[in-house]
Design a protein around this ligand. Sequence first.
Ligand SMILES: [Zn+2]
Length: 241
Amino acid sequence: MTEKIIDAIVLKSQDFKDNDKIVYLFSPAEGKLSAVLKGVKKASAKLKFAGEPFCFAEFCCVKRGDMYTITNAYQKESFFEIRQDITTFYCGASALEIVSAFGAEGFANPSLFVSLIKTLELLVQGVSPKKVLAHFVLCVLDNFGQKPCFERCVECGQKVTDAKFCFDQGGVVCKNCNSDYAVPLDEGVRKVLVNLSVLSHDKLATYKIGEVLADKTIYFLNDLLAKNFKKINSMTQLLQL
Ligand SMILES: [Zn+2]
């Protein structure tokens, strides 16, 4: 029997047996980890909060056989306010789903964890959620060495304006190198992506982009994730609001 005490955020949970849930956690030291939360659906359950997405807590987990069981949890910070606004909720849910899709079980990724926590803090603070989500997507792609190049042509290295985007090559192509597979990329969106790529979380609140441009940026990033990595359902739902 191995006991672990970890700080972690709940990415998602699913019903398990009559009264239990399987909780999918993301921690800086362990990466993704799933654990059973027993009896959580009973009215008297004390650890209900520990099975809710957006819960950030210290979890005590005990391993029996192949599975971890959560024996106790202490809430550290609540990001549940994110659920009070529908757009903010879907942006937060997209961030959790992206970590679920990209993160690996048992692999430490402290910088991705910090990025997720800072992103959820900005959402709680009411910073425009689509801008925060777009920034997070770029952070994740960067974390996994997959961030596209938006500033210079992937073929010739020249700085671009009014470029097209090539999903296969993972970046923009200039007019001279135009590829048959490249699709138009709105110049406003490209500039937003260039600017967001170099912004730290702390500077994000003061960087302004209009609602229409934020929508177009999310639309593009949703397409990029779906084509090159994995479809993020919450992000698709966000675009349908
Ligand atoms: Zn070129």
